[in-house]
Write a protein that binds this ligand. Structure first.
Ligand SMILES: [Zn+2]
Length: 300
């Protein structure tokens, strides 16, 4: 439970704000129970299948980056993960945030690739900095286009044999014939027309609100990529006369001293904070345990 004074202050800042810039990251999904990226849980075991034991891997991040997996095995874990992203439930943190922002002038920028924000918020109010699993791009990339992969993912998942996608079924670029790749940040991540259009929409929102009473709401941004959300938020709060920074983060609720007077840090479970902000019951909720969830040897 978070101290009432902090909840009341944040609620007041939300109510008073002319505009709210939400920066949502992995902590939002982790607080909703999507921890298979970091943990050996039931979802991870289902998605990894026999590969978990074969390679001694314990979470989906390790599965994505393990070089020992064959190309077909790598595709199998990627396809199953994307199918799960299409089929899973909508996290409580997302529905609660939508309720909290109802009627406000807000914009969301996210490093999440799991598309949970799209379940509850209109697409024209979201910018994804690191892509979205629901699209393919050419792995070269040889051309500037991304492709909806829903239909293909569904049937390719059914075609997986012994935890591997047969080579001949690997999706190919319609232009150059190289393998396609998920449109998520990597060495070949496509920052083309689509990406820049979304970034421009976000920049326009920021420009419109530079002198208004703007609340920057940071939700679960980790230290793997602080340069996308966390640091720009801090810089804008420092420079903008009427901005305020709120960080809701069980692991990294950091506030530089330069903006301490314009900031609020709540280092607690995001799911519980959102419930408290909405005056909803938190009875029976298990506090998100950072040490249990994250591997200390990896930066998220
Ligand atoms: Zn190509």
């Amino acid at each position: 439970m978070v101290a009432k004074e902090k909840i009341d202050l944040l609620r007041k800042k939300i109510d008073e704000a002319d505009a709210i810039v939400v920066g949502g990251a992995s902590g939002m999904s982790a607080a909703s129970g999507f921890v298979f990226y970091y943990q050996d849980d039931e979802v991870f075991r289902k998605l990894a299948g026999g590969l978990a034991r074969k390679y001694g891997i314990h979470n989906m991040f390790d599965a994505f980056y393990d070089r020992r997996l064959t190309r077909g095995e790598h595709w199998a874990v990627v396809l199953r993960t994307i199918k799960y992203i299409y089929d899973c439930h909508t996290g409580d943190t997302y529905t609660d945030l939508a309720e909290l922002l109802e009627g406000k002038d807000y914009y969301i920028v996210t490093t999440n690739q799991d598309a949970q924000f799209y379940r509850v918020f209109p697409a024209n109010r979201i910018t994804r900095i690191q892509g979205d699993w629901r699209y393919w791009q050419c792995s070269q990339p040889c051309h500037d286009n991304i492709y909806d992969n829903h239909t293909e993912v569904m049937w390719l998942c059914d075609a997986i044999q012994q935890d591997a996608l047969p080579d001949k079924l690997i999706p190919r670029c319609p232009h150059c014939g190289r393998p396609m790749a998920p449109w998520v940040r990597s060495r070949e991540f496509l920052q083309g027309t689509f990406y820049h259009r979304e970034m421009k929409r976000y920049m326009n929102f920021l420009q419109r609100n530079a002198n208004r009473k703007t609340l920057f709401l940071e939700l679960g941004v980790g230290m793997m990529t602080p340069m996308f959300i966390k640091e720009p938020f801090m810089n804008m709060v420092y420079q903008w006369p009427n901005a305020f920074y709120a960080t809701l983060n069980p692991q990294h609720a950091l506030v530089p001293k330069e903006i301490a007077k314009k900031s609020l840090a709540i280092s607690d479970d995001i799911a519980i904070i959102l419930k408290q902000l909405l005056s909803k019951s938190t009875a029976g909720m298990k506090e998100f345990n950072v040490k249990e969830a994250f591997n200390p040897a990896r930066v998220y």
